[in-house]
Write a protein that binds this ligand. Sequence first.
Ligand code: ZN
Length: 138
Amino acid sequence: MKSYRKELWFNTTKRRELINITHEVQNCINESKIKEGLVLVNAMHITASVFINDDEGGLHQDYEAWLEKLAPEKPYSQYRHNGYEDNADAHLKRTIMGREVVCAITEGKLDFGPWERIFYGEFDGKRAKRVLVKIIGE
Ligand code: ZN
């Protein structure tokens, strides 16, 4: 069995962003030379997510509105976590959107349904943050 590890770095210009990282994950699979196996992709920070969904702008606005209803960013004072920080909402958003995805690799490609794409969900950005890509297989 082969294994491969890589960190992808992100530094968003906005506090919240959804970034399609499908191509970067496929590049990792290509680099690993693994043809059959599994790829794990996880955010290495507790205010960011990795998830799979549609790359459709309307849906991304719906995510923003929905997450703001569930865990509004402001007022910061509504959260007990916001003593030294102002990112309680980002921790909550990350929990809802998930930490990681695991995807099948078949014949060297992500074995996806037609509309599945991998996203990095940033909820407390404007600083360098990492995503781990771990691939096992042969
Ligand atoms: Zn925090």
